[in-house]
Design a protein. Structure first.
Length: 83
């Protein structure tokens, strides 16, 4: 939708989110939600081992979810170092 603001002589665009767009986004990217959850837990806690405790999952599951997200995004999101 385009709105003409006569007072300031500018054209403003307003985007409205509708249920069809939300459904499309959820359907297309739903496979990344577990990876995003794992990534956010890692960022919040500062390490994969602490994220494992926060999420109540195994270390292998959190690593797999993160790896899947990184493959989908096309690059590394977390630098892995030995403690």
């Amino acid at each position: 939708m385009i709105i003409l603001d006569i007072k300031n002589n500018v054209v403003k665009r307003k985007y409205f989110v509708n249920y069809i767009n939300i459904f499309y986004i959820l359907r297309r990217y739903s496979m990344y939600f577990p990876g995003i959850e794992a990534f956010l837990a890692i960022v919040r806690t500062g390490s994969i081992s602490k994220a494992v405790d926060l999420l109540h999952l195994s270390q292998a599951t959190v690593s797999y979810r993160l790896k899947t997200l990184e493959q989908g995004m096309g690059g590394l999101l977390v630098e892995r170092r030995k403690a």
